[in-house]
Design a protein around this ligand. Sequence first.
Ligand SMILES: [Zn+2]
Ligand SMILES: [Zn+2]
Length: 658
Amino acid sequence: MYNHKYFLYLVSDHSDIRIRVTHDLKLDKEFWITRHYDHFIPLAGPLPLAHAIFISDCLRPAIENEPPVKFYLFISKMLNKLKLKSNLLGNEAGCGARLNGVVRHIRRDVLGYLTHLGYDPGRYLIPATLCGSPLQIGSSLSCFHPSILLSEDNISEILGPLEGRILFLREVKGALDRAGLVINAAVIDALQLACLMGLADFIPAISVGPVGMARCNRCGETHRIIETQCARCGNSHCLMCLECSSMGVSRMCEPLFIVKRQGDSQAGREKCSCKEDQMGTRPSCELARFKLPFSLTGPQEAASLALDDFMRSGSLKESLVWAVCGAGKTEVAFRAISRAICAGGNVLYCVPRKDVVSELAPRIAEAFTSIQVAELHAGAHKDVRGISPVGITVATTHQAIRFYQAFDLVVLDEADAYPYAGSRMLHHAVQRAARPDGKIIYMTATPSAELQKRVISGEIFLVKIPARHHGHPVPVPEIIYLNLPGDPDSRNDMAISKTMRIPGKVLETIEASLPAKLFIFVPTIRLTEAIGPSLQNAISRSRLRGKASVAWIHSGDESREEKIRRFKCGEINILVTTTIMERGITVPGVNVLVLYADYERIFDEGTLIQMAGRVGRTIEFPAGKVWFAAKAVSSAMRKAIHAISSMNEEARKLGHIW
Ligand SMILES: [Zn+2]
Ligand SMILES: [Zn+2]
């Protein structure tokens, strides 16, 4: 039974000596017998995995470079050459004595590390009397372990659906279930054998360093790691990561299994037969062929070709597609995706939310008819083998955390949005999901300062789409100076209530906006619940009575889908909302009014641009109005207006808009 405890041992033959970690000494011993190793020497245990790996990592260089070890191996090799091995090994003479000397030396070091980690060496150092017993082929039956019967073929089959993934044991089991694989051994044993064969690897979910440093190997976190009492390993100081706990707990006593994608980027598929000179501006091979639901506009086509150049050039790993809101970014990435597939590669397309996955995957599948398109998000794994990377995987960004150097191209849509923006965990995950020689494309209307800085320093290849597909400029926000009542920061400001005063200027703006629909953005949930009814009341007492109907929504509103539907179809024409509606939604014929626009904690530059970007997205309603209402102009407001104007200016210069 697997109990989250690990052991440290040495194994040697006449030319090799290794230090290893296992959950089951018997299994490893049998494995090394099949590989004709002579000595199997348990050193320490049972320990949480992170501590066993820490000691083995500390000792490995010494064991490889230490003069006595080298001398032992030299003598051992010589004796073997002279065919004296069978007479001398295991005796106190010759090579055996040398090995005992080496083992004594290593055991002393192990003792030191155990003490350093706070263990009582009397309990955790395995007694020397058990050490050094020579492995003999004939005695293998005495420690027979049934899992050893798994053949290399069995193991390769198990690894198939795990390729390119980094997973906990529980996730491996789920993946094997989904792939319909049944194995006649404990999964942990099969994985251990795969690691011994060099087909897989395991690391502790949280590694510990020499001076109490710890790092979560799943999410890359180094700070938010705490000590807890652990029921799995029994340790009262078991380390646990808080950063990625929403994805299932990550602890120092648990292994993460890594199964690298086999071979180079052509693995699993024939490289296409396109000759470079036949490829032109898009690959012509069957697999990589795609059809667009519409033809690209000039700026889209230019961006698509620029991305193709990026894919073909070896120099830069990352590219940023900086597009105005509503430019149509997705289809612009198709040529790059096609290029990756043409080279036999796999593509991961990450989007922020589950509903976007369900909406986008069929669209991509419709374009790429010859390649498999998988859909991956929590609770749905719609691909054939469960989880292994296929041609194109459309996933929520969180899913990237379970991939390991799996994709030749990772496209990250809405790179500025929650959850990716500001998440160290997901930055780490996206980088790791790409192969070392793979490419990453970030797509956003509002790149973070960090991304922009990396563009300027030349680390990232920049592709701009300064104009919308319909060739109209993005409406530039107008400022309304307005003293709105109440302090959005205050939880009990009496000025914010269901009967609060609505300034006449707001009603005037609504009147100016009619007959178009109007999004009114406010910074807090409390404000939606106050402004909504107050506005309804004010309208009913004004000359707008009968012309405007108000609804209000926020993330906690269970009927928000219904209200959005009624807003879209025109039953309601004013929707007061928090930033939940700032992106990912297209409502034709809508204007935008942002109240408390100078409230920078919520309304930063990116958010302001996204809210303004709701206007004029469709060809039927390509123009519209955006108002930023505030006491004063914040720096975010100024920057947002400047960014929108300068993109329009750039598009005008390029002749993309008129
Ligand atoms: Zn534990
Ligand atoms: Zn973590």
